[in-house]
Design a protein around this ligand. Structure first.
Ligand code: MLT
Length: 407
């Protein structure tokens, strides 16, 4: 008899964005004339930078010639891309991260979801609430969380409430944890963690021998100078933190797929007998067994952003989306709605009017304005009465969506 992994049954309902997709498809089928504007899932809409297209075209042609053809690539990623990332994203900013510490992947979602496999089954995890659902759901699937309680929280998870009162910046808990998921700029709240709070987290991780899993997929959207782009800007972070980065939102690769993980050379975890093991080696073992590398064409496309021209094109793309963010923020302010984010991130986190439940607000917006957003409750209990809008739509759709919401 093929028995199933019953941990899957502990997950309440569908994956958040699959559920939204299902509801929107149903609404569209019932209202074929409705011109729906989708500001729900954070999916980019603008074309890839020209430098990427040119590099990918060239790479495709190389694969069409026996002399330059390539089959399986290195599981950790091609040197050309890892070297460029090390130089442009770290060394140029005074951070010592070498190419050997970088692992290329087909996107941060997989990396954030898979990383838990290299840690013990009985690891205690701490996650923000609200949170990008992948961190929690993958730990539920792995059987690390216990059951869902009636308050919408899992038994064995330490939740870090992120509220307007604490500026959506959770402080370290008093209880000892093994794995800490942090995300800055944050999905879903669009807010950031400053140097002081990150230093507190690094100190806490050092004291407890914990590992911080730091999702910086939206780092390219930071506009304020004093906000850390990388956790390695914090002294001592290389001893306690793994960092996730992505080309999805930086350069429009949501469909093309490319991301990477940084696992510092000396970062260790411990066996039950107390022996220290390099996490980098475990991840390499995992990747070489389960992953055959990101497509050569895609890695060449990603590499292309690391030139002056590439950086200028990426900046233009990000400025485009951040203009949308400003339009959304200002539009919501005009009608007296309280909103956060949208300054260092492509997400706007708004308080629903009169504390309306967030799925109810979702239905209202879909029915009355034909605009799709993401209900805050889908990100965790503290997301109730909040709603997320993304600035990844086209400029025209964003303006139109805001006009409809205002109306
Ligand atoms: C989101 O909308 O939260 C993101 O698009 C999800 C993702 O990057 O996987």
């Amino acid at each position: 008899m093929a028995k199933i992994n019953e941990n899957y049954l502990k997950l309440p309902g569908n994956y958040l964005f699959a559920e939204i997709g299902k509801r929107v498809a149903k609404f569209q089928a019932e209202n074929p004339d409705a011109e729906i504007i989708r500001l729900g899932i954070g999916d980019v809409t603008q074309p890839l930078p020209k430098v990427c297209i040119d590099a990918m075209t060239k790479a495709a042609l190389e694969l069409g010639d026996a002399k330059t053809f390539r089959g399986y690539g290195p599981e950790q990623g091609y040197d050309f891309l890892r070297e460029k990332i090390s130089e442009w994203n770290y060394k140029k900013r005074g951070l010592e991260i070498s190419a050997e510490e970088i692992f290329i992947s087909d996107g941060s979602k997989c990396d954030c979801g898979n990383i838990q496999e290299i840690f013990s089954q009985d690891s205690k995890i701490a996650i923000a609430d609200p949170v990008y659902p992948v961190y929690l759901d993958t730990n539920v699937m792995a059987g690390r969380t216990g059951n869902l309680k009636s308050d919408g929280r899992f038994e064995n998870v330490i939740y870090l409430p992120c509220t307007a009162e604490n500026n959506f910046s959770p402080a370290p808990p008093t209880e000892k944890v093994d794995l800490i998921y942090l995300c800055s700029p944050n999905n879903p709240t669009g807010t950031t963690l400053d140097k002081k709070i990150l230093s507190d987290w690094v100190a806490c991780a050092k004291e407890n021998n914990s590992v911080i899993l730091y999702d910086a997929a939206y780092a390219a959207y930071i506009t304020e100078k004093n906000i850390p782009r990388s956790i390695y800007e914090i002294e001592g972070a290389k001893d306690v933190a793994i960092e996730f980065r992505s080309f999805s939102k930086t350069a429009g690769f949501t469909g093309t797929r490319c991301g990477y993980v940084v696992i510092p050379e000396n970062l260790t975890g411990t066996t039950s007998s107390g022996e220290k093991i390099l996490l980098k080696n475990l991840w390499l073992r995992r990747q070489t067994t389960k992953f055959n590398g990101t497509a050569y064409i895609v890695q060449r496309g990603a590499e292309a952003i690391y030139s002056d021209e590439g950086q200028a094109q990426v900046k233009k793309l990000i400025d485009y989306y951040m203009t949308n963010a400003k339009i959304i923020r200002e539009g919501l302010a005009k009608i007296g709605l309280t909103a956060y984010g949208g300054v260092n991130a492509p997400y706007i986190w708004l308080k629903t009017p009169d504390n309306m439940p967030s799925w109810k607000f979702f239905d209202k917006l879909l029915n009355e304005a034909n605009v799709v957003g993401t209900p805050g409750a889908g990100f965790g209990p503290c997301g109730e009465n909040y709603f997320r809008l993304t600035s990844f739509g086209s400029y025209e759709n964003t303006v139109e969506a805001v006009e409809r919401i205002v109306k």
